[in-house]
Design a protein around this ligand. Structure first.
Ligand code: DO4
Ligand code: MG
Length: 294
């Protein structure tokens, strides 16, 4: 099952439990931020109540009748970890020349790299457009396993995050990281949240990404979360050390797939990311924020 945000027709966004092809609204909450404000026992209990209702024949909506939205809303933030896989460290050393050693050092340091990635309102959901900055020359999607944490810092579940990144802007100077990473259309997440009580081993998942151009695969790659150098509780403990997240937080764990240079995304590309036991996130690329709104 998955916890999802969705809309039926032109109705207001709702939060529900998707089981097979059927989604049923979670009682007592209107937003995912409200869910993530609650303790784990409440969240699990509410999901189980919905599933028990399903077993008793309560009617739901089928996937065909709904649009699935990004699984975050309200005050929930998206944060991301960096250089948590060897591949990310090598790719960044290659692109950054003068400041290459910062990536080497953070890969092995006790303190992880954690950065603010997005406010919930800026996160693109399944099927929505993502953006490459018009002032950037080299851009890639970063397909990442993301842990969804509640206000207590407990792992509620897992989803997919695409940490869109400008390699040319970050490569010019690592202090440009926020501009390389935080901009309109620069983050996508979804489709839903696979609960941690069902997905108990996040370190054996297969991540696959295909970038299609004109109907053909322009880049394809596969990796395993077994290569993650840090654990999810380790990343979460640093994030919560001196901060709090009353509406929960989506913590993306870093990328293990980086296309070799000179590959860059182009407008019109389709990005298809799948993670085993979680699902698939598909987004389409535009260039420049004006094209996002068109
Ligand atoms: O160090 C810069 C960001 C790294 C990152 O986003 C990643 O490794 O996924
Ligand atoms: Mg990343």
């Amino acid at each position: 099952m998955q916890l999802i945000r969705y809309r039926v027709g032109g109705g207001a966004p709702q939060v529900g439990v998707l089981d097979g092809d059927q989604v049923r609204a979670l009682p007592g909450v209107a937003t995912m931020a409200e869910v993530l404000a609650r303790p784990m026992t409440w969240i699990r209990g509410a999901c189980e109540t919905v599933l028990a209702g399903e077993a008793a024949g309560a009617r739901g909506s089928s996937l065909r009748e709904i649009s699935v939205l990004a699984p975050v809303d309200g005050e929930t933030e998206v944060w991301a970890a960096g250089v948590t896989y060897e591949r990310s460290m090598h790719a960044r050393v290659e692109e950054s020349q003068d400041s290459a050693d910062v990536y080497d050092r953070v890969y092995t340091a006790p303190r992880p790299e954690l950065f603010f990635k997005s406010a919930a309102w800026r996160v693109a959901g399944p099927g929505h457009r993502v953006n490459v900055r018009a002032d950037s020359q080299v851009d890639v999607p970063e397909p990442e396993l993301a842990a969804v944490l509640n206000a207590d810092g407990d792992v509620v579940g897992y989803t997919i995050c695409n940490d869109m990144s400008s390699r040319s802007i970050e490569g010019e100077n690592p202090l440009y990281l926020p501009q390389a990473k935080i901009y309109l259309g620069g983050c996508a997440a979804g489709p839903g949240i696979r609960p941690a009580w069902e997905l108990t081993d996040p370190y054996g998942l297969t991540i696959e990404m295909t970038i299609s151009r004109g109907g053909e695969a322009a880049w394809t790659g596969q990796a395993s979360t077994a290569g993650l150098r840090r654990t999810v509780p380790e990343l979460a403990s640093f994030l919560f050390l001196e901060d709090e997240f009353p509406a929960g937080v989506l913590l993306s764990t870093g990328t293990s797939l980086v296309p070799d240079l000179p590959f860059t995304l182009r407008a019109g590309d389709e990005i298809r990311i799948s993670i085993s036991e979680i699902g698939e996130l598909v987004n389409h690329v535009v260039r420049g924020k004006a094209a996002l709104r068109a």
